[in-house]
Design a protein around this ligand. Structure first.
Ligand SMILES: Nc1ncnc2c1ncn2[C@@H]1O[C@H](COP(=O)(O)OP(=O)(O)OP(=O)(O)O)[C@@H](O)[C@H]1O
Ligand SMILES: O=C(O)C1=C[C@@H](O)[C@@H](O)[C@H](O)C1
Ligand SMILES: [Mg+2]
Length: 176
């Protein structure tokens, strides 16, 4: 059975769109951890966050432990997956972690903030998230993919890495 493909990165980095595209190409199941949590709890991420961030993060960590047992699955994670190392440890048991590294300026062009609890006060917060989390995303990643090109090209880079072929270019095995 193939290892899971775990996509991490900031809100708006392209994880869900790329994950669905990868799923169509290689036939693995696609899951989005936020949607998985909403289905399991019957509550929206916004509602869970309103109860308290710790409350949400506990539910999120439990979800990653469940997801870690899946096989042949592409996982689009929540942007905060790296806030707890236990999440990454669990997901790496049967998964390779790909950091989708996208410039904040590109993200702000493409997303709106209304249903995003962390961005409800505006885009400024995403600059802070980038500063807070960049090192965490880099440390967690087995492989870094720069999202500054068509998503089909990112998908090709990830598939090449996944099948063990390796590839020259901006995507690179993470030396950290
Ligand atoms: N390389 C790209 N070219 C064109 N559009 C892109 C690219 N990367 C991302 N996008 C667009 O950016 C938006 C955000 O992408 P997406 O929803 O996949 O991000 P995400 O990481 O899943 O974010 P979140 O989970 O926080 O919603 C989408 O409209 C997507 O189509
Ligand atoms: O970046 C984050 O911390 C979050 C991202 C979303 O995917 C959700 O998981 C939630 O809104 C928290
Ligand atoms: Mg998403």
């Amino acid at each position: 059975m193939g290892k899971n493909i775990i996509l991490i990165g900031l809100p708006g980095a392209g994880k869900t769109t790329l994950g669905k595209l990868l799923s169509n190409i290689i036939g693995y199941r696609f899951i989005d951890s936020d949607a998985f949590i909403e289905e399991k709890t019957g509550k929206s991420i916004t509602d869970l966050f309103q109860i308290g961030e710790d409350y949400f993060r506990n539910i999120e960590s439990d979800a990653y432990k469940e997801i870690a047992d899946f096989e042949d699955t592409i996982v689009s994670t929540g942007g905060g997956v790296v806030k707890r190392n236990e999440n990454i440890v669990a997901l790496k048991q049967n998964g390779t972690v790909y950091y989708i590294d996208r410039a904040v300026e590109d993200i702000t062009h493409d997303i709106e903030v209304s249903h995003r609890p962390l961005l409800k006060d505006g885009f400024e917060r995403i600059y802070a998230l980038k500063a807070e989390r960049e090192a965490l995303y880099q440390d967690a990643a087995d492989f870094v993919v720069k999202n500054d090109k068509p998503l089909e090209e990112l998908a090709a880079e990830i598939i090449a890495h996944h099948i063990g072929a390796g590839k020259e270019g901006e995507a690179h095995d993470n030396p950290q």
